[in-house]
Design a binder for this molecule. Structure first.
Ligand SMILES: Nc1nc2c(ncn2[C@@H]2O[C@H](COP(=O)(O)OP(=O)(O)OP(=O)(O)O)[C@@H](O)[C@H]2O)c(=O)[nH]1
Length: 391
């Protein structure tokens, strides 16, 4: 079967989203969708939402610290103030940047780097606090989701695990004098992180599987939407897409663009005489004959409906196009299928040939309709013949 170079059947459209209720609901939606720049149909929606979530939590935490530092509840040491201000500026920059459309990977890398350094810094400075020791446990999952990359997620996990184990064994961490607790702590962190890594790997594996399943389904849907199920040829819908594309690039090509429309003669009588299943069989055989006559890479054969077929092809000269039409008609007759009625012994087809002159036939509809008029003339003139579309 002939194939056009590229046929895409796409369908998209944003999903309807319930309008958020209340001032807080609207604020939250506005924050998470980067000021309405994204919605659930956006491929990076989850990642952008996560980035907004991490960074808005950052704004809250850094803001609270700033208040505590400025109000004197916490000692406002210059180092603390600098780190706090930097955290606040980065968190706000990422949130505003996402609203303005900065690239998601950039926002993700900035967030990830800050998270990594922050958690590592916390582990060093607050290692005595058991709660701090649990914070890095959330790191691998966040790193993985933010970077959307299993290799980096795993590398980060290993780094963090190694770092924490070195920390613990070098004298930081809770119950430092109790070597059993030390070992327990290191083991727990290692096991938990490895478990997270395993879960991530599993998740990625399943996601890959479902992605390839989705791809296969979409290929099948594309096939169904673009092909005629009886003959396996491209259908009418694809015909118009292909023809529009060929018309658009006609000027770049020195060759002639041609369209041959053909239709079985007395097909109703054939069905009535031999039965509908035999009629179907005949249509399939005709599809095979047309595909073998028009078998060059760029030739495309379509079933346009009922017993009507079309071929879009290129030729060097009008004579060559006429020769192709002759070969198709002769090929059908040579099949030797007994005709149900009419003057011909065997089943025949009639056709209209439209050589799309440059400057004429600017739309696929015009091309089709002029070929259809030529086909009509061929039928009027006694069938089993083809006519040129009048210029
Ligand atoms: N077996 C079969 N018949 C079909 C199919 N689609 C359309 N037909 C039949 O094709 C016949 C077309 O009849 P007409 O339009 O009168 O054309 P015709 O009998 O070929 O007459 P001319 O084209 O003037 O020679 C109708 O009887 C349709 O039922 C199909 O998929 N399978």
């Amino acid at each position: 079967m002939n194939r056009p170079e590229r046929i895409l059947v796409e369908s998209h459209g944003p999903k309807a989203i319930d309008p958020p209720r209340g001032v807080f609901g609207r604020f939250w939606r506005d924050l998470m969708t980067s000021g309405g720049r994204t919605d659930e149909s956006c491929p990076d929606f989850l990642r952008i939402t996560l980035l907004n979530l991490v960074q808005s939590t950052g704004v809250l935490i850094w803001g609270l610290f700033l208040l505590l530092l400025l109000s004197g509840v916490l000692e406002p040491r210059p180092g603390r103030l600098i780190i706090d201000a930097a955290g606040l500026v980065i968190a706000l920059s990422v949130i505003i940047g996402l609203r303005r459309g900065i690239s998601v990977p950039v926002a993700a890398h900035v967030t990830h780097a800050f998270l990594f350094l922050g958690l590592l810094g916390l582990s060093f400075t607050r290692a005595q606090n058991p709660l701090t020791m649990t914070l890095p446990l959330i790191y691998p999952a966040l790193a993985f989701l933010l970077l959307d990359d299993i290799r980096r997620g795993l590398a980060g996990t290993l780094l963090m695990t190694a770092g924490l184990n070195i920390l613990l064994s070098s004298g930081f961490g809770p119950n430092l004098r109790d070597s059993d607790m030390l070992l327990d702590g290191a083991l727990t962190i290692t096991v938990v992180m490895m478990f997270q890594a395993a879960v991530m790997a599993l998740y990625v594996h399943h996601r890959k599987q479902s992605t390839s399943l989705l791809r296969a389904v979409s290929v099948q849907l594309n096939e169904l939407a673009s092909h005629d199920p009886l003959t396996g040829l491209y259908n009418r819908r694809t015909f118009f897409e292909v023809l529009e594309r060929e018309l658009a690039r006609r000027d770049e090509d020195k060759r002639l663009l041609a369209f041959l429309l053909f239709d079985v003669d007395h097909f109703k009588a054939y069905n009535d005489t031999y039965g509908h299943p035999k009629g179907d069989e005949l249509l399939k055989r005709l599809a095979g004959i047309a595909s073998s006559v028009f078998s060059r890479g760029e030739d495309v054969v379509f079933r346009l409906g009922g017993e009507e077929f079309g071929v879009v092809f290129h030729t060097e000269t009008p004579e060559q196009a006429a020769d192709m039409a002759d070969r198709l008609l002769a090929g059908v007759e040579a099949m030797g299928e007994p005709a149900p009625s009419g003057p011909h012994a065997y089943v025949t087809v009639s056709a209209g040939l439209n050589l799309m002159a440059k400057g004429h036939d600017t739309t696929a509809n015009q091309v089709y309709s002029r070929a259809d008029q030529a086909l009509y003339r061929a039928k009027q003139d006694g069938r089993a013949r083809w006519c040129h579309a009048s210029p």
